[in-house]
Design a protein around this ligand. Structure first.
Ligand code: ACO
Length: 431
């Protein structure tokens, strides 16, 4: 915890309480209210945690006003351009960029863990054929705790390390197999001579009867999607992982909880919802109708892929994703794809509209990722699983940081109770 020289005074009635203020290395100061209930007998109230820092962290920094995202201090655009996913994984996990020897060793370790226990196939086969791949991922990742007993003891640093490597290594296999199962094709085993992204693409698109040659531009774009989604500080799914882990639950159970949280359309499900929305709009002339609906207070419709809890400026990931979308669509010769035309025109019209400007609603990372993924051949149902795969390293890095933190204790928020006060039970015949 940072040292504090400053404090704030809270006055309630005739009583005053000093609250320490901590200054971070970047970002707003933080008021320490941990002793408030003990001293003043009041709780703070912050549904949605819009003003609450839940932990110390040294992993990721976001300045939403400036559109800045740093991993261990390195800007996301530099990482997306100069680095690659497994190097970013190393950076997130260990806090520094690896030397060439460290990176080689890390890549070898991850590569050696890509296979799944053969019996795990029974889990996949137990799902209905039309199950959403996210449902399969939640189930299969949770089930890893039943297969990898030797890495569930969270008090053992070595076991935590192995669990981290296993999760990063096996997630592409799990996501690809969830897809293969849903389309009735045989599972394709990982191939350790391929890089992380190419291996995932091959496991998704090869069949035993015909191999899949990975195009390096597509594999680079896939790797960028993984990199851009790798971590995003204390978002809903990461906070879910931390809260689940605060009880001492094993890492596979905690990551399964994170995947479940990510599934929702306000979070990781937004890329699927965004592409579905673009298709529903269908043509450029219908855009004004949908913009009007997004602005209508009586209509629950929102522009998917727009707005962010933290970014009140361009999402820096969206800028890189837009460049990637242009490259991939040009390579595949689909620059005139109607969905892309709708996306580009929608972005233009929304950014020119005072409603979106006043509310600081800009395109987020999901606005373009779905277009790239569809062009690569993924169905919309695979968009969120790919996000989950990418975010796994972020969840694990935050989980490791939390367990190593001596301040770590079970997360237990309080509430503003507005229900009935104590009343006597009424027998059924008298109600
Ligand atoms: N379209 C239209 N209006 C919007 C949108 C949108 N996409 N997003 C927010 N608004 C409006 C709200 O109606 C609200 O208006 P009001 O102040 O008049 O009531 C105002 O902007 C603020 O919105 P909140 O919901 O309070 O903002 P919050 O920070 O809670 O929500 C969220 C952020 C959930 C991302 C929201 O912008 C949204 O639903 N966007 C669409 C879904 C989406 O793209 N999610 C992806 C998030 S990024 C990620 O997970 C990788």
């Amino acid at each position: 915890m940072a040292d504090t020289q400053k404090s704030a005074t809270l006055t309630i009635g005739d009583d005053s309480y000093d609250l320490p203020i901590y200054s971070p290395t970047a970002g707003p100061d933080v008021l320490d209210i941990r002793k408030l209930y003990g001293q003043a007998g009041v709780f703070t109230y912050d549904p949605g945690f819009t003003s609450t820092a839940s932990c110390d962290s040294t992993i990721t920094y976001i300045d939403g006003g400036q559109g800045v995202l740093l991993h261990r201090g390195y800007p996301i655009d530099q990482l997306a351009e100069k680095s690659h996913y497994l190097e970013v994984c190393y950076l997130l996990l260990y806090g520094v960029l690896p030397t060439a020897a460290q990176l080689e060793e890390f890549e070898t370790t991850i590569t050696l863990h890509t296979m799944l226990h053969e019996q795990m196939q029974n889990f996949f086969r137990g799902f209905r054929r039309d199950a959403h791949p996210m449902a399969i991922m939640v189930g299969v990742v949770g089930a890893m705790s039943a297969f990898y007993h030797d890495s569930t003891d969270i008090s053992d640093e070595h076991q935590r390390e192995i669990a981290s490597h296993r999760l990063i290594a096996k997630m592409p296999t799990i996501a690809a197999w969830a897809y293969k199962y849903s389309i009735g094709q045989p599972f394709v085993y990982p191939r350790n001579d391929l890089d992380y992204a190419s291996n995932f693409l091959r496991m998704c698109f090869a069949v035993p009867a015909e191999d899949y040659e990975v195009n390096p531009i597509l594999s680079r774009a896939m790797d960028r999607i993984f990199t851009l989604h790798a971590d995003h500080e204390q978002n809903a799914s990461t906070s879910t992982v931390r809260l689940a882990s605060s009880s001492g639950a094993n890492p596979f159970a905690c990551i399964a909880a994170g995947i479940a949280c990510l599934w929702g359309p306000a979070h990781g499900g937004a890329n699927q919802a965004c592409l579905e929305m673009l298709k529903e709009i269908g043509s450029v002339d219908r855009i004004p109708e949908f913009i009007a609906r997004a602005k209508d207070k009586d209509d629950p419709f929102r522009l998917m892929g727009f707005g962010h809890r933290v970014y009140k400026n361009f999402d820096p990931r969206a800028t890189v994703m837009k460049q990637s979308a242009d490259e991939v669509l040009e390579l595949l010769g689909v620059e005139n794809n109607p969905v892309l035309q709708v996306a580009k025109e929608l972005e233009k019209q929304a950014l020119e509209d005072p409603y979106f400007a006043e509310k600081k609603l800009f395109p987020n990372v999901d606005f373009y990722s779905g277009i790239i993924l569809e062009a690569m051949g993924f169905p919309t149902s695979m968009f969120t699983p790919i996000f989950a795969l990418s975010r796994t390293v972020g969840w694990i890095s935050q989980w490791k940081e939390m367990i190593a933190d001596p301040q770590n204790k079970i997360g237990r928020p309080r509430q503003l109770y507005l229900g009935e006060t104590s009343r006597d039970y009424v027998d059924i015949e008298k109600r």
